[in-house]
Every structure is written in structure tokens, then in C-alpha cells.
Design a protein around this ligand. Structure first.
Ligand code: ATP
Ligand code: MG
Length: 429
């Protein structure tokens, strides 16, 4: 026997029980986004590699070591499985001239790929809900995006997710901070790890985003970007905070929050839980005013955030969220040739009335089919034998309670009887 094939490490199948949970989650996400005027956009999963290098930055974890990049063997193009969605979204906005027209509030849900070490909450294929707003310069949209998070946690029944915010200022302010940061790191050169040494003169800010525990104390005491912000940047940051205070959304300012991607400026934020171990950030984002121009568009301010779906689903489960086990309304049992032909017509007829039907396929005795009906969680079994088929009738059996007599009905009366009973039992619950 040949060896069975397995999925790629860090890339998971999402099986039906889990996938149903995801669909309920996605329904919540879509109606939440609609409530804020966001509209969907769907971009390709594969993009030209230079897009990510330019957008995310050459000296970042993602571009240096996490991208699935390859050459298209047919035409030699350099391609990459998207590690995040903002770059592709902005590319699409530029390509289709969306920046000057509504919608300028966009979202997408889909898989992202990063070659990381798989562990709880960290996978090589994972999913993000990405939310982007293009063309807004003021702190109002940053603040609204943060408030959106607070509402979603409430909608999902989640609490205890801490909001951390920071301001990365503007490029000139970062340049001054950068000089101070380099001198500081030079003083601590002996404890820098390989990554940090390599980034010292190319992207010292990145060092602050390190996951290496040995560098945490040194990074905590490093010069803070926030002390280098000018008036305009501080006013923007204060504008965001004012809306949060007005809305009663608590936050902490984390001066070390710099985000792992180079395109951010001014406001950055993360929502962090302590219930998921080391992978506690469930949502992260910020302003990226330079990116549209950097990718070849007209200078346009923008802001966005992304949520990790796997982490949020894990958190919902951790918080006691139960997936509703969906079951069909009817399991249709049938035996005999005439009965089987009638069964197809009955099943389609019930579906015309919006009733969910699981039609038994594959034959077998009445007894074994009834067992399957019970196991399916269906509310009713509809049973058709050749006797019933001859008179255009069917047996209707209510499966939710023991000992309820089954009734014989004309097949044309089944839908009304089922709908009536479904309404009655809803009222009792
Ligand atoms: P981390 O610091 O955990 O590596 P990040 O800063 O690289 O996260 P972003 O690029 O900001 O992450 O992505 C936004 C969100 O997507 C994260 O907050 C997280 O919830 C989720 N995410 C990122 N990488 C992964 C991954 N490898 N597996 C699962 N979820 C992820
Ligand atoms: Mg990362």
C-alpha cells in the first residue's frame, strides 16, 4: 500500500463541526461590518513578490523568513502566497481607482501564509478578517476602527481583551528616534541576538518587536518613540484617545508597540488576551498613510486592522461558546421502488417550502434508516413505503419526544404540518 498523504505541516483541515462554527462566526463578522458601512473585496491569494517586499519592508520577519515565495515555472514570474492582506488590497485599490470613490471602507476574509514554527495560535496557513479604510486622514477613523473591535468582542460574548495603543509618529520623527535607538542598542551590543545585530543599522525599530525573552528588559528601557513626537502627531494621538474616553473604552498606552510591518505610521493598536498563552494578540492594526504612494498610487491616507480567525475562534471556545449543532428538519426514509421515486418529489417539495431535508441515500431496511434518522438530529422522520406511495401518502414522525404517534398524511399536506409543528415547538422553548 502506498503511504497516505498528509496536509502540509501548519496547514489545517477545518472539518465540518469546526467549519460550521466558522460559518456562524463569519455571519457575525459580516453583519458587524455592515453596521459600519464596510463592503467586501476579494483579492487573489497569490501576488507578485515585489508587492510584499515594498509594502511590508525588506527587513521584517515576514519578508526575511516567513514568505512562501516561488518562481512560476511557466513564465519565470516571482510570486508569493499572501502573508497578509493589506498590500494586495491597496494594490487593488490603486489598480481599480477605488481611492476616490465609495466604497472606501473595505473588508476581506481569507487565508494567509507564513512559514513560522507551528504552535498553538500560530500556523503556516491561517485566516484573517482584514478591514481597511482608504482616504481618511483624521483620528476619527482610527478611533472608529478601535471602537469596532470593542463592539465585536461584545457581540461575540468575549471580555477581558486588553486594548493597547501607541503612536509611531511620522517618518521624520522616527528618524530622530532611530538615531537614539541605535546608540542605545550599541551600548547593549553584547546581549543582542543575531536578528537584532543584523537589524541594528537597517531597521532598529524592528528590534523592539522581538519575541526573544532575553531582550525584553533591555527593550523595555529603550528610548521611547512617543518622546520624539511633534505637535501634530501628538494631537492626532490625543484625538484618538478622546473618542475612546468618550465611548468608555479602556486602553493602555504601550510605548513598545511597533508592529511587525514597516508601513505603519501614527496610530497603532493591538487587542490582547491573556487566555491564549503566548499567542495573545487577536486583532492588530493602525494607520499606513505612506503605503498607497509607496505602491505607486497618489498619496492617500489610510488605516486598517486584521484579526486572526483561529485565535478568535479559540478564544470563543475558551470562553464557553458552544457551536450550535445544526440538524435537518426532516430525515426522509423510504423503501421500495415507487416509494423512492415519490421520496425525491417529496424532498424537493419540502425544500420549496424552506424545510431542510436529508434524503436517505444508499438503501437499507426501515429499521436501519430510522436509526440514521435518529442519529441525524432531525426533528422529523418522513417515512414512505410502497403502500404509502400507492396512495400518495407518507408517515410523519416527530423525533424530539418519545412515544409520539406517527401520523399518516397526504404528501401535499406534509409541509404545512411540519411548519406548524416547528412553530409550536419554537414557542414552547
Ligand atoms: P504575532 O506578533 O503574533 O506574530 P503579527 O504581528 O505577526 O502577530 P499581524 O501581521 O499583525 O500579526 O496579523 C494580524 C493578526 O493575525 C495577529 O494579531 C494574529 O491574530 C493573526 N496572526 C498572525 N500570524 C499568525 C499565524 N502565523 N497564525 C495564526 N494567526 C496569526
Ligand atoms: Mg508574526
Amino acid at each position: 500500500m502506498s503511504q497516505t498523504l498528509q496536509s502540509v505541516r501548519g496547514m489545517n483541515d477545518i472539518l465540518p463541526d469546526e467549519a460550521e462554527f466558522w460559518e456562524v462566526f463569519e455571519d457575525t463578522i459580516r453583519s458587524w461590518l455592515k453596521g459600519y458601512g464596510y463592503r467586501p473585496i476579494r483579492m487573489p491569494i497569490v501576488e507578485p513578490t515585489p508587492l510584499f517586499k515594498r509594502a511590508i519592508g525588506e527587513v521584517t520577519d515576514i519578508v526575511e523568513k516567513e514568505m512562501y515565495s516561488f518562481e512560476d515555472s511557466l513564465n519565470g514570474e516571482q510570486l508569493t502566497l499572501r502573508p497578509e492582506g493589506t498590500a494586495g488590497c491597496v494594490r487593488a485599490v490603486i489598480q481599480h481607482g477605488l481611492a476616490n470613490q465609495v466604497p472606501r471602507r473595505l473588508y476581506y476574509i481569507g487565508q494567509m501564509f507564513r512559514h513560522e514554527r507551528p504552535q498553538k495560535g500560530r500556523y503556516r496557513q491561517f485566516h484573517q478578517v482584514g478591514v481597511e479604510s482608504i482616504g481618511f486622514a483624521g483620528p476619527d477613523i482610527d478611533a472608529e476602527m478601535i471602537l469596532m473591535g470593542a463592539r465585536l468582542w461584545a457581540d461575540l460574548g468575549l471580555d477581558g481583551i486588553e486594548l493597547q495603543i501607541n503612536s509611531l509618529g511620522q517618518p521624520e520623527e522616527r528618524a530622530q528616534h532611530r538615531a537614539a535607538l541605535i546608540s542605545y542598542f550599541e551600548e547593549h551590543a553584547e546581549i543582542l541576538d543575531e536578528d537584532a545585530k543584523r537589524r541594528l543599522y537597517t531597521n532598529p525599530l524592528r528590534i523592539l518587536d522581538t519575541k526573544n525573552p532575553a531582550l525584553q528588559d533591555m527593550c523595555a528601557a529603550a528610548p521611547k518613540l512617543i518622546d520624539y513626537l511633534g505637535e501634530a502627531s501628538l494631537a492626532h494621538f490625543e484625538g484618538v484617545q478622546r473618542v475612546l474616553r468618550d465611548a468608555g473604552v479602556p486602553f493602555v498606552i504601550n510605548p513598545r508597540l511597533v508592529r511587525g510591518l514597516d508601513y505603519y505610521n501614527l496610530t497603532v493598536f493591538e487587542w490582547v488576551t491573556d487566555k491564549l498563552g503566548a499567542q495573545g494578540t487577536v486583532c492588530a492594526g493602525g494607520r499606513y498613510d505612506g503605503l498607497v504612494e509607496q505602491l505607486g498610487g497618489k498619496s492617500t491616507p489610510a488605516c486598517g486592522f486584521a484579526m486572526g480567525v483561529e485565535r478568535l475562534i479559540a478564544l470563543i471556545k475558551e470562553s464557553g461558546g458552544e457551536p450550535a449543532a445544526p440538524a435537518p428538519d426532516v430525515y426522509l426514509v423510504h423503501q421500495g421502488e415507487a416509494a423512492s421515486r415519490l421520496a425525491f418529489r417529496v424532498a424537493e417539495g419540502l425544500r420549496d417550502h424552506g424545510i431542510d431535508v436529508l434524503l436517505h441515500c444508499g438503501g437499507g431496511s426501515f429499521k436501519s434508516q430510522m436509526k440514521k434518522a435518529d442519529g441525524s438530529g432531525a426533528t422529523f422522520a418522513v417515512v414512505i413505503g410502497d403502500d404509502e406511495a400507492a396512495t400518495g401518502e407518507a408517515q410523519l414522525k416527530y423525533l424530539r419526544e418519545e412515544g409520539v404517534e406517527q401520523r399518516k398524511l397526504k404528501v401535499d399536506d406534509l409541509a404545512d404540518a411540519i411548519i406548524g409543528q416547528l412553530i409550536d415547538s419554537d414557542e414552547e422553548e
